[in-house]
Design a protein around this ligand. Structure first.
Ligand SMILES: C[S@@+](CC[C@H](N)C(=O)[O-])C[C@H]1O[C@@H](n2cnc3c(N)ncnc32)[C@H](O)[C@@H]1O
Length: 483
């Protein structure tokens, strides 16, 4: 802990404790939007490999992969990554090689993350690899596990997974109860590693980043540069403040956010958004984001349960929508969106998937408020499919439909909003509307330079596109002036 405090002191940070939250990370100077507060390499990480997608175990690339010729479980993109991983993989490889082929299919990413945790711990204690102030097993021991808060079913699952880890490693000194507790620690401390466009790639444990608590209105954002976790300020954070990130998708209503936080992270959030639960403004916002639309298509009022319980009443014009009618459409939406449409997308049937999602969109337009999050999510799916089909014009129409909802549900500096502006800009550029592209790319850069910095290949490409758009607009303006 002393090592950690002194390492954090050099970065103008310190660890403290808050009664209702446990440990927290505090600033010891002011931080400004876009500044890196802290970055950390993973203590352990794994790609989310499955039968449909495989990534290099070290850099998470998907191209030119070869699997380890001894265990056939782990994949690398080349000898550089393979060699850099050998000290750690050697022990894992021995263990996998002992396993029957049919047992190897039980080696999920979570099991591998645990195996890697124990291997790293062993190698550090034997001084085969160095321990550092921000990368050592003591920091893992300090993570919250919430063992007394999790339900019986979950405990049984963790115990089964711990047994499997024991079966694979076969180390006499192993403590199964401790492994089960570590699975619980993973559940509320591990982070999903994403690429710059926030597509999930893997899972990692970053024990210092894990000290940072949650807010639904955070002052910082966590992004990844390769495997490194980077926390940047999204607003001015005065000296002595708590650094806060969001653990979840914050677009949902307070009730939805609270439910997710309670289920996965086992706490009740009291951030400035959550304290408003039950207040009129919060009820109204929830009804807009997750509720139904008015029967009168021209009215954009929000609906609340009618006093007689038989329907939902528009708070603007007083019209009541029948509960049974709503139930019927909602059931249709559920069937199509949870079953039929995902099946079509996952089998690469893009055109048919677009048609199916458009049917869902039509139903949701009848059912939901125009600012509904589920309608926005359906349109986002259509947008992505249309981009795969290279139907730029229609994709742009869908992108434009989603932006007002993004602007409503996310703060002005939020990576998802920046990325949506970027998509819009790219589509406008492809379609030759350079002036509009310049506006959208400028908005994207204004957000993403704060959340993502300016040094990654992703940001360099965006900045280059912006420069190109600027040059083209000024060339076009000059041409029309000369004429
Ligand atoms: C990743 S850890 C954060 C660090 C943690 N406070 C600690 O002592 O190690 C996540 C856990 O911290 C606590 N936590 C995080 N944000 C919180 C908040 N806003 N209010 C209350 N507890 C919070 C919850 O117990 C949650 O499961």
């Amino acid at each position: 802990m002393e090592d950690l405090q002194s390492s954090l002191k050099d970065r103008n940070l310190s660890v403290s404790t808050i009664t209702e939250k446990g440990r927290c990370l505090l600033t010891t100077r002011d931080f400004y939007p876009g500044e890196v507060i802290i970055s950390q390499e993973p203590y352990v990480c794994v790609p989310n490999n499955s039968t449909v997608e495989t990534r290099c175990d070290v850099c998470f690339k998907t191209s030119s992969l070869k699997n380890c010729s001894a265990c056939h479980v782990v994949w690398y993109c080349g000898s550089t990554c393979q060699k850099s991983d050998w000290k750690l993989h050697r022990l894992e490889c021995e263990a996998f090689s002992r396993l029957d082929k049919d047992k190897r299919k039980f080696v999920t990413p979570s099991i591998r993350l645990m195996l890697k945790l124990y291997i790293r711990r062993k190698l550090q204690s034997e001084e085969v690899i160095p321990r550092t102030a921000t990368g050592n097993y003591n920091l893992v021991e300090a993570l919250v596990a919430h063992m007394s808060d999790i339900d019986e079913k979950q405990l049984v699952l963790y115990a089964q997974m711990a047994n499997l880890v024991n079966l694979i490693l076969r180390w006499p000194e192993i403590n199964i109860k401790e492994i089960a507790e570590n699975f619980s620690k993973f559940a509320c401390n591990a982070h999903t590693i994403c690429d710059s466009e926030l597509r999930p790639l893997g899972t990692g444990l970053y024990p210092v980043i894990s000290i940072i608590n949650h807010s639904c209105l955070p002052n910082s954002v966590l992004v990844f540069e390769g495997r490194s976790a980077v926390v940047r300020a999204v607003q001015h954070i005065p000296n002595g403040s708590e650094v806060l990130i969001s653990y979840i998708e914050t677009a949902g209503s307070s009730m939805t956010r609270q439910k997710v936080l309670k289920e996965q992270y086992l706490f009740t959030c009291t951030c400035p958004r959550c304290v408003k639960v039950g207040q009129y403004d919060d009820i109204r916002e929830s009804a807009i984001l997750e509720g139904y639309r008015c029967k009168n298509e021209k009215c954009d009022g929000f609906l609340l349960r009618a006093a007689d319980g038989k329907g939902f009443e528009c708070q603007e014009c007083g019209l009541v929508r029948n509960k049974e009618e709503i139930k019927k459409i909602a059931a249709e939406v559920k069937l199509l969106s949870e079953d039929k449409a995902p099946k079509l997308s996952s089998t690469g049937n893009c055109q048919e998937a677009v048609s199916m999602y458009k049917m869902i969109e039509k139903l949701q337009t009848k059912l939901c408020h125009p600012f509904s999050i589920s309608l926005m999510q359906t349109r986002d799916k259509i947008l992505k499919l249309l981009m795969e089909l290279e139907n730029w014009r229609e994709a742009l129409e869908y992108c434009k439909l989603t932006i007002p909802v993004y602007q409503r549900v996310y703060p002005a500096i939020h990576p998802l909003l920046g990325l949506q502006y970027y998509t819009c800009g790219k589509l406008e550029w492809f379609l030759g509307d350079t002036e509009e592209a310049l506006k959208s790319l400028t908005k994207a850069v204004d957000v993403l330079r704060i959340t993502h910095g300016t040094n990654t290949p992703f940001m360099k490409e965006l900045l280059m596109k912006l420069e190109e758009a600027r040059a083209e607009v000024s060339y076009n303006n000059k041409q029309s002036y000369d004429e």
